[in-house]
Ligand binder design. Structure first.
Ligand code: FAD
Length: 381
């Protein structure tokens, strides 16, 4: 069988969602008898390999290279947040497995601290039992008023994970390749175009971040600063009552610390803004004392903090949350009988792609299961 005629599953996108889906598909195929000859092909315009501060060719649209990234559960007070909470719980379980089994992968178990100036009812009613049930994360503790910075009315801590995002994506890609995964670098005009990449395509997973012209998708601009702060061991987040955010995310494995950050829906600017950088750094240093095992009495002085690089990324956001559904269409076939093709859409993760990744990938693989049954595969041979 030539490489192009192997039955092939194609995953569009080499961001965190595409990589997690591709690895889950490989695992599914490995479980089944008689599916060794099925290829998984990853096709993407941009690929992992970004080191902040080094010359980089990644665009702001390749969100996975620019993410902080921490796991920060949000109280599941709406149907969308409930769906995301279930995915986050699965991702947290997978991170927990990975930090033990593959400690070099780029994920680190850390403490998480959150401060809120004006918490809504969901945050106010959160307790240890509910938090652990919803997220799978342990160690939830409400902070006493004496442990809170000025202006903060609610604070809590818990055990969580931080991800060195470019390193982690590279790790997943290497694993995919070692397990026999195939790759093609290509910019596609449509998810349906991917059916032309191989003769025998079983189905496509569309993990392209923003989809192809979906009117519900829009970017949420995020500006952050990669700094040389290196002794921080907790991720700290402060939500201010004016809607702005401050966060520190340690990037273990020599990645410094991310000081952030903005969340600007519909803002297409790709250049960092100097005034924003200064504001982020000043606000970030006020929460730095809480990023240590024992809170410090003095904040790190600005002179000791070096900027490694400014970051601007676009979170691939979608009204109503991720599109996770199967779409079937008639395909134009040349010299063959007419047939239909299926696309499993998995895009629009917004600001939460890492923390929901493995839950999303499990949900993508569920409808893929029947398509990979030996009977269905035989029909494709
Ligand atoms: C500043 C910032 C901070 C963040 N912090 C966090 C955090 O703390 N925790 C968290 O969980 N998330 C965080 N995020 C969000 C996270 O980065 C995204 O949700 C996630 O990266 C989305 O992954 P994705 O795979 O869907 O898309 P992307 O990473 O954008 O990848 C899309 C892939 O599809 C490919 N592609 C797109 N169009 C085409 C085409 N036409 N043809 C071929 N290939 C195509 C791209 O080349 C790329 O390979 C943050 C994001 C930003 C910007």
């Amino acid at each position: 069988m030539s490489s192009s005629s192997h039955p092939t599953v194609i995953v569009i996108g080499a961001g965190i969602i595409g990589l997690a889906c591709a690895l889950k598909l490989q695992a599914k195929l490995a479980e089944r008898e008689g599916t060794r000859y099925v290829h998984v092909l990853l096709v993407a315009r941009e690929w992992p390999g970004s080191i902040p501060g080094a010359p980089s060719t990644h665009s702001a649209d390749y969100a996975s290279m620019w993410a902080g990234a921490h796991v920060r559960p949000i109280p599941a007070t709406t149907p969308q947040l409930q769906r995301e909470a279930a995915w986050l719980k699965q991702a947290a379980a997978e991170f927990s497995r990975q930090v033990e089994a593959e400690p070099w992968c780029g994920v680190t178990r850390t403490g998480g601290v959150e401060f809120l100036e004006a918490p809504d009812r969901g945050y106010r009613s959160q307790d240890a039992g509910g938090f652990e049930r919803e997220s799978g994360l342990r160690g939830f503790r409400k902070l006493s008023p004496s442990e809170l910075p000025e202006g903060v009315s609610l604070g809590f801590e818990y055990e969580t994970f931080c991800v060195n995002s470019p390193l982690y994506c590279e790790h997943l890609l290497r694993k995919f390749l070692l397990q026999g995964g195939k790759t093609v670098q290509r910019e596609l005009k449509s998810e349906w175009e991917a059916f032309t990449l191989r003769e025998n395509v079983l189905f496509i997973v569309n993990a392209s971040g923003t989809g192809f012209g979906d009117p519900k998708c829009f970017p949420t601009r995020g500006q952050t600063v990669v700094t040389n702060l290196s002794d921080i061991i907790k991720t700290v987040t402060r939500q201010n009552k004016d809607g702005s955010w401050s966060f520190l995310i340690p990037r273990f494995f020599n990645g410094g610390t991310i000081v952030g950050g903005t969340k600007e829906p519909g803002d297409w600017r790709t250049e960092p803004d100097a005034a924003t950088r200064n504001r982020l750094l000043a606000a970030g240093l006020t929460i730095e004392p809480y990023a240590h095992d024992t809170p410090r009495s003095n904040a790190e002085s600005p002179e000791n903090v070096k900027v490694v690089s400014d970051v601007v990324g676009r979170r691939p956001t979608r009204e109503g949350g991720m599109r996770l559904e199967v779409e079937e269409r008639a395909l134009v076939q040349h010299n063959r009988e007419s047939t239909t093709g299926g696309v499993i859409h998995a895009y629009g993760a917004g600001g939460r792609g890492y923390e929901i990744s493995w839950g999303v990938a499990s949900e993508v693989v569920a409808p893929a299961g029947p398509l990979l049954e030996p009977n269905n595969l035989e029909a494709k041979l």
